[in-house]
Design a protein around this ligand. Sequence first.
Ligand code: FES
Length: 129
Amino acid sequence: MPTVEYLNYEVVNDQGWDIDDDDLFEKAADAGLDEEDFGELDVPEGSYILETAEAQGYDWPFSCRAGACANCASIVKEGEIDMDMQQILSDEEVEEKNVRLTCIGSPATDEVKIVYNAKHLDYLQNRVI
Ligand code: FES
């Protein structure tokens, strides 16, 4: 079953870390964070990342659950996430900034690392509902 390691963007922001830092997850591992902010999810075949996080009792942001807003956005740091049809993110955001929507996203590699709660990034603000 694919594993998704997650880190809360609010922690990145609060700590003054850089989202583009290659050592972001090493820093997080050394920071003594709560499981809500940093941990791992096993995502069953055919499940979306958001619903899997919710099934584990986590309260990740969402709104439409249909690929039409930026509320559930995350940034992929390692691995790959495939999305169902979405029309809200630009090609550049998907291909270069590695933004993925967790409500319609499933792991496409065995190990994935994401920064969830990425809706707080400036360039996504105008699509948060
Ligand atoms: S909740 Fe709107 S795109 Fe995921």
